[in-house]
Write a protein that binds this ligand. Sequence first.
Ligand SMILES: NC(=O)c1ccc[n+]([C@@H]2O[C@H](COP(=O)([O-])OP(=O)(O)OC[C@H]3O[C@@H](n4cnc5c(N)ncnc54)[C@H](OP(=O)(O)O)[C@@H]3O)[C@@H](O)[C@H]2O)c1
Length: 311
Amino acid sequence: MFRIAAHSFGAPDQVLSLETADRPLVERGQVLVRMRASPINPSDLIPVTGAYRHRTALPFIPGFEGVGVVADVGEGIDPVLIGRRVLPLGTAGCWQSWKTLPADWCVTVPEDLDDDEAATAYINPLTALLMVRRLAPKPGDRIGVTAAGSAIGRMLIRMLAARGARPVGIIRSFAARQSISTECAEVVEEGCSLPALDSGLDAAGGAPGTLLGAAIKPGGLLLHYGLLSGQPLSHAGQASMTLFRLRDHVHAMPREAFHNAMSECFSEIRTGRASSLIEASYPLEAFRAALAHNRSSGRRGKIMLRMQPYT
Ligand SMILES: NC(=O)c1ccc[n+]([C@@H]2O[C@H](COP(=O)([O-])OP(=O)(O)OC[C@H]3O[C@@H](n4cnc5c(N)ncnc54)[C@H](OP(=O)(O)O)[C@@H]3O)[C@@H](O)[C@H]2O)c1
């Protein structure tokens, strides 16, 4: 039984290490989940660097989403949950063999979704769903999407197109252009001039985000939700800019609304709009190779960490 933990902040490949982990005791109101799979997302690595050190306790175990099986329940929780496949959400800590959490943050996984679909059903699908809902595009609206070849960029393009909007995918690599060529009618390279846009979704910040903001018509909305370029967004256009963070929304939602939103994510995965490509899988113990693969250029899908099967 293992866990990947950081005992200090720094570069993930330097401060994360593999540790053995004992099966924890489950407390009242909690469930104990035997983890099966968890992807590497950008949001897992940012806290390791110390970017949010004021709210990140050490040791920090990354992994904001994943799938596992309920192994035990604490006092007050129905034992019928034992053996059920669930997403243990709401906190980090999916990169380990065992995760304990409050029972009401466990989302039961429908049987028709496989482990890879389940493990990637939360962070990007729910963010994309909520942001598209927030934009409320009208048919024909032109909406710019930076980092359009990223997993969430592709979900946004598919969801916008399904609502009759016209996504404009902004990409920086040939591989990204290839990955969205069948899904996005209009693709523009970073730095090239953009058409007039009704609104925009930015995961890059820096120059691409700034150019996107400048192309949005006065009164349009720019949702800024990521900083892949590592540079802040300097928005001086006439669009109104709003920062979007998934955790602000899910922690403020009544838990029933959260479970309903996850059901919508499962439906979006079934349609293919919120599905993620998996490029490779590694055992949890091989997390260093997995991190190196995750950093490689031209990567076109998620890197999945897998835990030893339950024996
Ligand atoms: N705010 C929130 O609540 C929230 C929720 C979910 C995701 N996000 C953010 O969304 C972003 C994408 O996440 P993901 O899981 O979809 O990522 P991902 O697919 O795992 O990888 C990001 C991809 O974006 C491209 N990229 C990297 N740096 C870029 C840059 N400077 N400009 C343009 N493209 C770049 C890379 O493709 P190429 O090398 O081919 O360009 C890379 O494959 C991240 O910043 C993440 O933190 C935010």
